[in-house]
Design a protein around this ligand. Sequence first.
Ligand code: FES
Length: 129
Amino acid sequence: MWTEVAKLDEIAPGGLKYVRAGDDEEITLCNYDNAVYAVGRRCGHMNGPLDQGALDGWVLTCAFHNVQFDIRNGKALSYAIEHDMGDEPLPEPVQRWFSLEHRMQWRIRIHDLKTWPVKIEDGAVFVDV
Ligand code: FES
């Protein structure tokens, strides 16, 4: 069922927008290369909100642990990538936390994102949910 979820001018080129549609589907709209793509809002790693991530071409990067997804098909492209903390040594408890977190990250399976067909009519964005 095609559902209007946004106006095209609400999503800047290269931008992301969170919308809900259908049976409470949480969707991130991605505007790239004069097209809009609809992927699940929840990251396939640990459910981070992907509308808070960064879009670079067809690659959507989650803000939480930097897992990357292809917005054309929802496929996961990477594992979690550690944040760069620079050269400043971190306090010992923080170092231990990051070490533990790093070991846990590798045990978490990363799921591909759900995707939906999108069409644009008269400046409105429709998603087939
Ligand atoms: S929750 Fe998205 S990368 Fe971990």
